[in-house]
Design a protein around this ligand. Structure first.
Ligand code: AMO
Length: 420
């Protein structure tokens, strides 16, 4: 665009004053542009105003593009008009140019300004691309996108980690997972559904990978078993990596990342094999039927070094809706998708027989009466089905090597944070 007239609007990233000449750097989500202010060309008044624009003010500049080898990326703008649309107060709550580091809490308190930082913004733009890639994948596979209620009357996973809310004269809860609804939709003959939406967990975690509100990507497929939906899951994840590596070059550059696309298929390791591997490590003594603790997970992640599936879990530690193997009912068709750093997804082939499901609910010490609305869908012809739930922020966090899940959520909700 050398020689062309352009109009730019953005934030005043910084000003540099060299006497008779000054630079105003404008920023928007696509990058920086150098506006060169020459006193002789602008006149004394405008020159004085322009070089004292406060950082982060919203500014409009009209002018001509000029190739200038010394300017960042080889171009500058010679302005004919400069207008402050909305001035920023001083001091700023944090430094959007990323030259000055700051604490996570300070950043989250002024999140709107934190997101102006190029590396913070890059992660959210990549997240949007991940979502696009996943949606495209589902549509290409003939999966129907659905929304299920987030205000519900009962727990999904049978635990106590629910947020109660008041719903007129009744007690209601924020839903932990679309699990029961996506299964009911298999009974409704919808065949293949996916949902991307919030899940709420009232767990008092204080970790780098748990939040109280998260976005989950849920899939459910009729006439599929656990093996079939694991293939869909690994393909969806690798597809997202590939899409990001091809379509988010600028954002990856901002993050200083060279994204490696994982290879298919992912390794499959049974729970029992995982226990054997872990017991090779001194100090990890686990019994069959124990849930894998963080230390074991870390050890497995380090020794495997890439995405892997953990399969064939003990029926006793997977939820009631997980289908046990017919010939060895103490083992079930549940699986977890693991990144070396953490769990990304869990899923299963589901129990589809009514009597077996009621039995499993009772085995878990739960009352089938509370599940009547769900169980009803299993009495009039329920296809066999399988599915999974994948945590969006964990996928993005591990893909971009972010330290904290809060870096992958615009406005995180945790034990201490309810604003902004
Ligand atoms: P699960 O409870 O394992 O399974 O959740 C699925 C995935 O959702 C993400 N996730 C979370 N992310 C951040 N903070 C949290 N507190 C949190 N809780 C869950 C994780 C996790 O792997 N109904 C089943 C899924 C299914 O079987 O289809 C379920 O909800 O990435």
């Amino acid at each position: 665009m050398d020689g062309k007239e352009v109009t730019l609007a953005g934030f005043a990233h910084e000003t540099r004053d060299l006497g008779g000449i000054a630079f105003l750097v404008l920023r928007d989500r696509k990058g920086l542009a150098q506006v060169t202010l020459v006193k002789k060309l602008l006149g004394k008044e405008v020159f004085k105003m322009a070089r004292t624009i406060s950082r982060e003010s919203v500014v409009l500049v009209r002018g001509n593009v000029k190739a200038e080898p010394k300017a960042p990326r080889g171009y500058e703008i010679l302005p004919s008009e400069i207008r402050v649309i909305n001035a920023a107060q001083v001091p700023l709550p944090l430094d959007p140019t990323e030259k000055v580091e700051c604490e996570l809490d300070t950043r989250l308190d002024a999140r709107f300004m934190d997101i102006r930082r190029p590396s913070v913004l890059a992660a959210f733009e990549i997240e949007s691309s991940v979502l696009k890639s996943l949606r495209d994948y589902f549509y290409q596979k003939g999966v129907t996108e659905v929304f299920t209620p987030k205000i519900v009357a009962a727990a999904t996973e049978g635990g106590t980690d629910l947020f109660p809310i008041s719903y007129f004269e009744k007690e209601a809860f924020l839903n932990q997972s679309p699990q029961l609804y996506k299964q009911m939709l298999m009974g409704a003959g919808m065949d293949r559904v996916f949902e991307i939406g919030p899940i709420f967990r009232a767990e008092e975690h204080d970790t780098r990978r748990h939040l109280n509100e998260a976005i989950s990507i849920d899939l459910e497929v009729s006439f599929a078993d656990d093996k079939a939906v694991m293939e869909l899951l690994e393909e969806a994840v690798v597809g997202a990596y590939r899409y990001v590596s091809e379509n988010c070059r600028y954002q990856l550059e901002v993050l200083g990342l060279n994204l490696a696309v994982p290879k298919l298929p992912f390794r499959r390791i049974t729970y029992t094999e995982a226990l054997d591997l872990a017991s090779e490590k001194v100090g990890v003594k686990m019994q069959w039927g124990d849930d894998l603790d963080t230390e074991t997970e870390r050890f497995l992640g380090e020794s495997i070094g890439e995405h892997y599936f953990l399969t064939d879990w003990p029926s006793s530690i997977k939820p009631y809706y997980t289908l046990p193997y017919e010939d060895r009912p103490d083992v079930c068709r549940g699986f977890d998708l693991m990144h070396p750093r953490m769990e990304l997804a869990s899923g299963a082939q589901r129990v589809h027989g009514y009597d077996q499901l009621v039995g499993r609910i009772k085995e878990k010490g739960l009352d089938p009466d509370g599940f009547e609305f769900y169980l009803k869908a299993f009495r009039y012809g329920m296809p066999p089905h399988a599915g999974w739930g994948l945590g969006l922020s964990r996928l993005v966090m591990t893909m971009l090597n972010l330290e904290n899940i809060r870096d992958a959520v615009l406005f995180p909700r945790d034990r201490r944070r309810l604003v902004p």
